[in-house]
Design a protein around this ligand. Structure first.
Ligand SMILES: NC(=O)c1ccc[n+]([C@@H]2O[C@H](COP(=O)([O-])OP(=O)(O)OC[C@H]3O[C@@H](n4cnc5c(N)ncnc54)[C@H](O)[C@@H]3O)[C@@H](O)[C@H]2O)c1
Length: 339
């Protein structure tokens, strides 16, 4: 059982108490300078789980009830992607700052609506692109950004395995792995590579029972010349291949065969930079505090007006635009320019 009280702190409500909502609630309950006061979910089972975990919090059935009654200073929204826009728009209309789970929305049109709502109400809209706050990804991102790998680079992220299923593989609700899973890569690549230019994609449905594209590959080209090669499946069994290759060196994820002290194991994440001469440098980052903690602390600093938001809706929309282009290119089987 968790409980923490401080009446002076930012009062947080969480809307959507499933897997990610509970994780966000645990994170905000742990970090300082805020108080988890409320949660809302349509599901009685999720409400009960939340109530039993956070004894101090009020529990509501609908987002509307929470927004009207809970007197929150800010909300975290973690519902299925198709519902992000209407619920976040309602919070923004009440001038309540929002941390909205990724993807920002199911469509670019919904993202525009959210940006308009945030601007009209002058209210914070931050999208939970947690990789921007991940010490591990930002460490290798700095190797790329600082030119240690040379240019252009190719980032390959190839994954196959059983995905989250459920609404995630519904075309209208979640959009499948090339939207929901790969959105982290699209956003991070936009951040470190700059403007995306065009996509090629091949997309298939291996599982006839689902409506979303469940498997596919895409090559995204950026104006800087960098490329992102992604191949994801949420139904095929397989493995992962993850590296970043440039003319001056490459980064492999994991220890790349280098030894690490036994006492470090479990506490750090590693990737390895190899330069043209074959010299290896291990890049190590602590696992804790994790990216969700840094993300929550940044959101709270933004709510207090002490930081400039590092993941605003105006940035996150660009990742949804890439995802839409990938899905369209995959469906049509032809190259697609972006922007
Ligand atoms: N940042 C990350 O690493 C990460 C990881 C997983 C999921 N996510 C994102 O978090 C969001 C939620 O995913 P999840 O895995 O927690 O899904 P989930 O299915 O586990 O939980 C969603 C919850 O929302 C509730 N819900 C649905 N419609 C609602 C409504 N109108 N009002 C109130 N509650 C409603 C459901 O009852 C359910 O409990 C998605 O956008 C997903 O992409 C992010």
């Amino acid at each position: 059982m968790l409980s923490k009280r401080n009446e002076q702190m930012i009062r947080i409500g969480v809307i959507g108490l499933g897997g990610m909502g509970l994780h966000q609630a645990r994170t905000f309950n742990r970090v300082t300078a805020c108080q988890l006061v409320a949660g809302a979910d349509l599901s009685a089972e999720m409400r009960t789980r939340f109530a039993q975990t956070f004894l101090q919090a009020q529990v509501y059935t609908t987002p509307e009830e929470l927004l009207a009654q809970a007197k929150v200073d800010a909300v975290v929204i973690a519902v299925p992607t198709a519902f992000h826009q209407p619920i976040a728009s309602a919070a923004l209309a009440a001038r309540i700052p929002v941390l909205l789970e990724k993807p920002m929305a199911r469509t670019v049109a919904q993202c525009h609506r959210l940006i308009d709502d945030a601007e009209r109400t002058n209210t914070l809209l931050m999208v939970a692109h947690c990789r921007r706050f991940d010490p591990y990804w930002t460490a290798w991102g700095e190797y790329v950004s600082s030119g240690k790998l040379g240019a252009p680079v190719l980032w390959r992220d190839i994954r196959a395995g059983v995905g989250p299923g459920s609404w995630y593989l519904d075309e209208g609700l979640g959009g499948g792995p090339l939207l929901d899973g790969a959105i982290h890569n699209y956003d991070f690549a936009n951040w470190i590579f700059g403007e995306p230019e065009s996509v090629l994609a091949s997309a298939i449905k291996l599982e006839p029972a689902v409506s979303a594209i469940d498997t596919g590959s895409t090559i995204i080209r950026y104006r800087t010349g960098h490329q992102l090669l992604l191949s994801w499946s949420w139904v095929a069994r397989g493995t992962t291949l993850h590296d970043v290759i440039g003319p001056e060196g490459f980064i492999q994820f994991g220890t790349a065969g280098m030894s690490v002290p036994a006492e470090e194991q479990g506490h750090y994440q590693y990737c390895c930079f190899t330069d043209r001469a074959g010299a290896q440098t291990l890049i190590k980052t602590p696992k804790q505090p994790d990216m969700y903690t840094f993300q929550a602390e940044h959101f709270l600093a933004c709510v207090r007006g002490e930081a400039i938001c590092q993941s605003p809706g105006t940035e996150a929309i660009k990742a949804v635009a890439v995802a839409e282009a990938v899905l369209e290119a995959g469906r049509e089987g032809k190259a697609r320019s972006i922007g």
